[in-house]
Design a protein around this ligand. Structure first.
Ligand SMILES: C[S@@+](CC[C@H](N)C(=O)[O-])C[C@H]1O[C@@H](n2cnc3c(N)ncnc32)[C@H](O)[C@@H]1O
Length: 263
């Protein structure tokens, strides 16, 4: 796998985020901690589609800075464990959770989605938003997620996928500064790979139009709170501009999908 440590985990990211922590509250963190197209609203849509019950044990795979985990805990009653390949992100996620009173319902550690440090059947739900684009071994990923969820448990995915244009992307984009870091499949291939890994499909929703609309209209919340630019560096605006252009040209699409582990 291409090394992602220089892409996501810049050494001073923790310090830059801590500078903002003093006066930040949960709702002001969305420009920082919902690291996917569509922000908190997209996470809510996926939670409603997934339909888990209060107290569900959720594994957020590639939890980033922890925004989805905190939203699933505070708005939907989940008990959320986050893992991420980028250790700095786990440190920031843990600090943000402590800062906004989510320490008891969220926890974060460094781990690889392809080799999870959990026993078989540990979770009711496995959750992943905007992570699989970095993972070439999709068959391994979806089997590993299936291993750690209980029989009858669910998998909720929100992914950027290859769009109908079949053209090379313009880089950098938020998950990759060059093509070797990006591993996109189209929506049909995604469904096929997930089914082959043993999952039953519950729903697949095309989010491409919603994603483009959000990219064309969303403005970061004001007030000088922390943002993903603090973490990703000065080329983050260029990544977002390229993301928008790639969506507009049909080079990218977006999908939310829910699957169940059959008995
Ligand atoms: C675009 S961010 C999304 C973060 C979070 N899911 C969200 O929506 O706010 C992608 C994340 O995937 C993580 N990631 C990439 N490959 C991974 C892997 N093999 N195992 C675990 N995390 C991974 C990165 O470190 C990064 O935090």
């Amino acid at each position: 796998m291409t090394d992602l440590s220089d892409h996501y985990g810049t050494a001073d990211a923790v310090a830059r985020v801590r500078e903002h922590l003093e006066d930040s509250q949960l709702e002001r963190l969305a420009a920082l901690d919902q690291f996917h197209v569509g922000g908190a609203a997209a996470t809510r849509r996926l939670a409603e589609r997934c339909g888990f019950t209060k107290g569900a044990a959720i594994l957020d795979v590639g939890s980033g800075l922890g925004g989805p985990a905190r939203l699933l805990a505070t708005e939907f009653g989940g008990d959320v464990t986050g893992i991420d390949l980028t250790p700095e992100f786990g440190v920031i996620a843990q600090a943000l959770s402590a800062h906004v009173g989510c320490r008891d319902v969220t926890r974060f550690c460094a781990a690889d989605a392809l080799d999870l440090p959990f026993a078989d059947g540990t979770f009711d739900v496995v959750w992943t938003e905007h992570v699989a684009m970095n993972i070439g071994a999709r068959d391994v990923l979806y089997r590993e997620l299936g291993r750690v969820v209980r029989t009858g448990g669910r998998m909720a995915l929100y992914d950027v996928v290859a769009g109908p244009a079949r053209e090379p992307l313009t880089y950098p984009v938020p998950w990759a500064r060059e093509a070797g870091q990006s591993h996109l499949v189209d929506a049909d291939a995604l469904r096929w790979i997930v089914a082959a890994a043993g999952w039953d499909e519950i729903s697949v929703t095309d989010e491409s139009a919603a994603a483009l609309e959000w990219l064309e209209t969303a403005r970061p919340p004001g007030g000088g709170g922390p943002s993903l630019r603090d973490v990703m560096g000065p080329d983050f605006p260029e990544m977002i501009a390229n993301l928008r252009a790639n969506f507009a040209a049909g080079r990218l699409g977006a999908v939310q999908a829910v699957f169940e582990k059959p008995s």
